[in-house]
Every structure is written in C-alpha cells, then in structure tokens.
Design a binder for this molecule. Structure first.
Ligand code: HDE
Length: 727
C-alpha cells in the first residue's frame, strides 16, 4: 500500500493489530471504543499490571519507612496529583447531555449543511449548558446568562452552535470581551462575589458602556434565572450565513425553543435554592433524562437577504440587536432531543471543546466583529485548557466524519499516522489525502461587501451600532407588567449592593434613555431623588424602529406545549394523613409526567389514617418548599395537627405562596394555610382556583386534584405577588 509504514506490518499481534485497514481512522466513530467497564475485572496499574494489595504502601517492616521503590503507590499518587485541568475562563460551571437533532424538511433551498439535507435526518449532538461568571463549583441558580452550546456530529464534520439563552450580548466588539469578563468575575483583590454581577466592578464597566443596555434588560429579567435547562430558549446570537449547493447565501439567526415552554424562577426562590441545592439545574437535567422526560427543543431560523438587512433600522452585524420576529418570522426546521446522560462528567462534559470556528459546508460567518473574536478565541483557549493542539482527538470532541490531513505530532497525539508522507503535494502517497475541491469541500462565501475601500484600515464602528437604546426600550415595552416589575426589582437589588453611589447614578442615567418609567421605579427603590440627568446619546436621531412592541419577547408568549412534564410537586404528609387522597394525587400527577414527592417531618415509614403505611421520600429539612413547583396538603386531622407543630411547615407553605405556586389544601389542612398567615378564611365555601389557591373538601379529592393540575399549567399565579411580600 502506498500509505504503509513498514514492510513488517503484516506481522500482526494483540498489540499492533492486523494490517491497518486502508483509509480508516479509528480515533473517530462512536464512544464505545473508549468506554471502560470494570465489572468483573481485576485491578491493575496504568501499565496493566495486576495489583495484589490496594490498601498498604510498601514498607521496610510494618513500622519501618515507606520505600521509594513502591511504583504502585507512586503511580497512583502522581496521577492523582494531576487530576485537575484549568477550568473554563468563562462558562466554567456547566452540565452536559447527549442527544440527537432531527430535520423536519430538507432545507436545501438555503443550505447544503449535512443536518438539513433530508426530512427525518438524524444527527447526533452533545449539548453543554452553563452559567457564565461563576467558578466550576458555583451555584446553578445565580442571576446570569446561560450558555447553550450544541455540538452537531454531522457526517461532514463537527458543527458547533455555541449560543446563549439570550439573543443579544453585552458588547459589540471582541476587543471589549476581556474587559467585560474581568469586570463581572469575582473582584481580583478578594475574589468576591462568586457567580454574581451585583458588585461595583460589573456595574462600573457596563454603566460606562451604553451598548450593554439592551443586554442588561435581558439579564435583569427572569430569563436570567431559568426554572430548568429544559425550559429555556437558546440563540446563536450572531448573524450567520446559510449557503446552498449553488453557492448562494442568505443570512440566518438561530433560535432554540423548548417544547415544555420557557419558564423561570423568581428571585427569592433562586436565592433560597442556591443554598438548599446548588446543583439544582444539573440535578434537574440529569433526573429528567434518567426518568425519560427528555428535554426537547425546536430549532427555528430567521432567514433574510442582504438587501433586506440593508433596510433594517439596526445593523445585523451588531450582537446587541435582535431581529424582531414581526419583521422576520422564525421558521421551524427541526427538533433536538436530549436522551442520554454522559457516562463520565470529566471525560465528556468537562473535556468537550466547543469552538465557533467549527462550521461545516453550508454554514458560514457574517462580519459581526464579536464573532470574529470568537472564531479565534475558542480554539486558542482549548490549547491551554486541554493541554495542547490535539484536543480534537479527545473522544467527546472527535467527529464521526473521517479525519485525514498532514498535521502531525503535538502533546498527547493519539492517532498513529501511517506511512512516511506528511506533506502535500506528494507522489509517494498517491497525492493523498487529496483536496476535496469546491464541490465537496468547505468554500468561504465570497461575501463581497460594498466595503468602503476608501476607508482603508479603521478601528471604528458602523453608525447604527451607536443606537444603544431603541431595542432596550423595545424589550422592556414588550414585557407584561409583572415581568417589568421583576426587571425593575432586579436592577434595584443589584444596584443596592454597590458601594459607590456614582455608579448607581450613572446606571439610572443610562436607563432613562431606554425607559423613563423603569428608571424612575429603580431610582425610587434606591432612594435616589432627584433623578440624575439622562446620559448624552451617542446617536441623537436613531432610525425609526420597525416595531415598538414584540409580544414574542414576553415569557407569557412562550408556554410551549403547556404540559407539566418534569415539574415537581410536594405532598406534605405526617402520621395520620388521609392516604387515599395521597394515592389519588400521586397517580394523577404521574399521568401528567409530574414528579410527586411525599415530604414529611422526617423521611421513612408512617401510618395513614386508615392504618396503611406510606413512606416519605423527603423531609421538610432536606427538601424545603422552594424546591417544588406546587404543593398539596392532604386531609387527616392527626397529620395536620403534627404538621402545625413543625415550624418548617409554615416556611414551606409561605414560600409556596410567596413564589406564586399552586397550592391545594384538602379538608382539615386548610388550618395550616390559616396558621401560616395566608389570606384565606376558614369559611368552607371559599374556593380560589383562579389564584392558584385551591381549597376543597376531603371528599372532593378527585375533582380538586384535576383543578390543581389545571392551575399548575399556569406555572405561577402572579396575581398574588406583592413587593415587598406580604408574607
Ligand atoms: Fe464565549 N467563550 N466568548 N460567548 N462562550 C468561551 O471558550 C469568547 C460569547 C459561550 O460549554 C470560552 O471553551 C469571546 C458570546 C458559551 O464549553 C472562551 C467572546 C456567546 C461558552 C470564550 C465571547 C458566547 C463560551 C471559555 C467575545 C453567545 C461555553 C471556554 C468576542 C453567543 C461553551 C471555552 C462550553 C465559552 C470566548 C462571547 C457563548 C474564552 C472572546 C457572544 C456558551 O474562548
């Protein structure tokens, strides 16, 4: 064979294998080749030497010195000493899952990208969700942007769509990214705060960068505290290009929409969860997949031409701008299902390397200057994070498409390249690997721009980039009153944490340009009177926006399929509880895909009123109320009396009420609501389904549980929200 390495290669063995199959590279393909299962196996060293004793180091006499010759101990400790790799500079905290993407219809009119070639085509994916600012061990429910990074293992190579759960970004140019990250990360002198933006340096920076105003609206909205990774949207953020077989290209924005709706936490809840379960989102993702309630998202595209882009009131190269859906509708093109948890967190979730530079034929870049910086950054950072230029050979990163090139060597090289040829052109290897040519290979879109050639090299921005407020206003105006209140409260909270009043004032001065009402509300909450002068505008007369409201931007517009899949309900139990209603509720909830947990004063077995035995899954101490989406209080005088004696019960109920969750009280348990101070009377005729407070007689359990399930579909009952909270 022209690619053979040696004349002796026909002499095979267990180690060398047979003659290498021509044109094959086995460092790719499925992960099976590297999965290790030790069941039924003996313990060995890394060299495969069986280990007789894994308890004791080698000593000279039982009380004598340990011996340097103990290669088994030294190998074990040395490996342990090097177990950690640097965490990601941003997005260090993350959780991953395997799944697949399925195309609805061929999108070949617009793109030749492999995943979109045929209806029903399946492409494997690995997804990693993350927070941005916190370190690897930080809490999941911090107020922050969430990363939404998808690696498509297409048959034309890997395509990484490295997006966020918000469609815009803080800055317009990669030049400012290190500054932004230095400002939001824990402050360098004392490394505080962890995973939070409520500190001086972040607000100092953004209040001097008016281009961040639009993104600040998103980050101060409930989008920054998702209920679950399965209930958040994802966005490619930048404008990309789709390219078809003929080489024609259109612009595109990518959107992921969760099947189960876009739902968030409320702030007080997020804060409490971070104490009780810092792994809240990671656990939720894991449990959804293990239970078969697979997270699912629809991929949508906004497709538009260069001519259309020219007409927009904003610049499509500016990552601080969206394209309102009223202007260019989002067209569904496929769905993604996450159906398998990783085998090993480190090998997969930690070592996965997403790179914006990873595109395949049919996908191309726009000239967004933020994207340009990313195309460089992601590959670059993996080199130090994963220890060298061969990170593409780490199993989770290796494509399923064949890899053949003349790149050689480097740290941790896995592939054993055959033959003596590692250059091109060559004749000794028959010219292989050969260029794919324009018909098959990746060809950049010529993308001739009416480049202002007369401008020459410039460090500057296009004029429309300077309109920093129109879309911030659009976002705020498109929110429901409750969402607007939450945004104002989030600004109030974050700014109240600052130690430098001037930063607070500068931020309010900036907000005045986006929304006078918002600025006033925030200022009032901060005791700021009078309001500071609005910041001067960089662009005094921005173009008229096409729309001033975009209803699709409100979470209320995104209920998904309205199902309750994956939600969690607490059923409070104690000895003497009415067992039948508990069983009815459990069965009805299971049918909806809801996880029902029996939560008691303690875990374990307890008798019901009828003398049966039930088993409490959790205690109010180990799973407090705010970890659940809704609450059922069953009947049973003895149980109610026991729960009334436990202070945890009142906190449990108050949190459910304060966080606007659905509560069902059956029969005597109504007393608990009254004791907790909820605005309900003991009058038996009272039923408040519309507010998410359902009070029913014990005999009506079936109907009451049906009403409870219906009320849960509303997710929250904000009608009872008060600021400050009543309870
Ligand atoms: Fe990132 N970003 N980023 N970013 N980013 C990284 O790459 C960077 C930006 C995003 O789960 C790093 O592998 C620059 C926008 C996600 O592994 C690093 C700029 C968006 C993830 C990096 C941006 C993102 C990262 C750190 C401005 C949304 C996590 C570790 C020019 C569209 C991926 C790594 C994962 C991670 C650089 C801006 C999303 C340092 C220079 C805009 C989801 O390379």
């Amino acid at each position: 064979m022209p690619t053979a390495s040696t004349l002796s290669e026909e002499n095979g063995s267990d180690k060398t294998g047979s003659v290498a199959p021509e044109g094959v590279n086995s460092t790719i393909d499925s992960l099976d080749r590297v999965r290790v299962d030790s069941s039924g196996q003996r313990l060995t060293t890394n060299q495969g030497v069986p280990v007789a004793d894994n308890q004791n180091s080698l000593k000279y006499g039982v009380r004598g010195p340990a011996l340097l010759e103990d290669f088994i101990l030294r190998e074990k400790i040395t490996h342990f000493d090097h177990e950690r790799i640097p965490e990601r500079i941003v997005h260090a905290r993350g959780s991953g899952a395997h799944g697949f993407f399925e195309a609805y219809e061929p999108l070949t009119q617009y793109t030749k990208a492999a995943p979109f070639k045929e209806a029903g085509k399946i492409t494997p994916v690995f997804v990693r969700f993350s927070t941005v600012a916190g370190e690897r061990g930080s809490k999941d429910t911090a107020r922050d942007v969430r990363g939404f990074a998808v690696k498509f293992y297409t048959d034309e190579g890997n395509w990484d769509l490295v997006g966020n759960n918000m469609p815009v970004f803080f800055i317009q140019d990669a030049m400012k990214f290190p500054d932004l990250v230095h400002a939001v990360k824990p402050e360098p002198h004392n490394a505080m705060p962890q995973a939070g933006s409520a500190h001086d340096t972040f607000w100092d920076f953004v209040s001097l960068m008016p281009e961040s105003t639009h993104m600040l609206m998103w980050v101060m909205s409930d989008r920054a505290i998702p209920r679950s990774f399965a209930t958040m949207q994802g966005f490619g953020v930048h404008t990309f290009r789709l390219v078809n077989e003929a080489g024609d290209s259109v612009f595109v924005k990518f959107h992921w929409s969760p099947k189960y709706g876009t739902h968030s936490l409320v702030w007080d809840e997020a804060v409490k969860i971070s104490g009780a379960d810092p792994d809240f989102h990671r656990r939720d993702l894991w449990e959804r997949i293990e239970s078969g309630a697979f997270p699912e998202y629809e991929l949508g595209v906004q497709i538009f031409t260069e001519d259309q882009a020219e007409q927009f009131s904003f610049d499509i190269l500016d990552s601080t701008k969206i394209i309102p859906e009223e202007l260019i509708p989002v067209q569904p093109v496929g769905r993604m299902v996450l159906n398998r948890n990783p085998d090993n967190f480190f090998a997969e979730t930690e070592q996965v390397a997403f790179c914006t530079a990873h595109v395949v034929p049919g996908i191309d870049f726009s000239n967004d200057p933020l994207l340009a910086g990313r195309i460089h950054s992601y590959v670059d950072t993996q080199i130090s994070r994963l220890g060298g230029p061969n990170f593409h050979e780490i199993p989770i990163n290796s494509p399923i498409a064949p890899v053949h090139n003349n790149q050689r060597d480097g740290m941790h090289r896995q592939a054993i390249h055959r033959g003596r040829v590692s250059y091109e052109p060559n004749s000794l290897a028959g010219g292989c690997p050969f260029q794919a040519g324009a018909a098959q290979g990746f060809v950049s879109v010529s993308a001739s721009i009416q480049a202002k050639e007369e401008q020459g090299k410039v460090r500057a921005k296009p004029e429309k980039f300077a309109d920093h407020y129109t879309q911030a206003r659009l976002f705020f105006e498109s929110q429901s009153p409750v969402e607007q209140d939450h945004i104002a409260n989030a600004f109030r909270f974050e700014l109240s944490k600052l130690t430098v009043p001037a930063i607070r004032e500068r931020t309010v001065a900036m907000l005045r340009n986006a929304s006078e009402a918002l600025a006033r509300k925030v200022a009032m909450g901060l005791g700021m009177e009078p309001l500071p002068e609005a910041l001067p505008l960089a662009l005094p007369n921005p173009a008229q926006p096409e729309v001033t409201k975009s209803p699709a931007l409100s979470l209320l517009a995104r209920p998904g399929d309205g199902s309750l899949t994956g939600r969690k309900v607490a059923i409070l139990v104690a000895p003497g509880v009415e067992g039948e209603a508990v069983a009815t509720a459990q069965a009805a909830l299971l049918e909806q895909g809801v996880v029902a947990r029996l939560v008691g004063p303690r875990i374990g077995r307890m008798p019901t009123a009828s003398g049966d035995v039930i088993d409490a899954d959790a205690s109010m101490e180990n799973e407090p109320g705010f970890l659940f989406d809704a609450l059922i209080l069953p009947d049973g005088q003895e149980a109610v009396a026991a729960l009334a004696q436990d202070g945890h019960t009142m906190e449990f109920i108050k949190d459910q009420f304060r966080h606007c969750k659905t509560i069902l009280a059956l029969g005597a348990s109504r007393q608990l609501l009254v004791k907790a101070g909820l605005p309900v009377s003991m009058d038996k005729s009272q039923a408040q389904g519309g507010t998410g407070l359902i009070l029913a007689e014990a005999g009506d359990a079936g109907a009451a549980i049906a009403a409870f399930i219906e009320a849960m579909a509303m997710h929250r009952h904000f009608g009872r929200e008060m600021d400050p909270p009543l309870l």
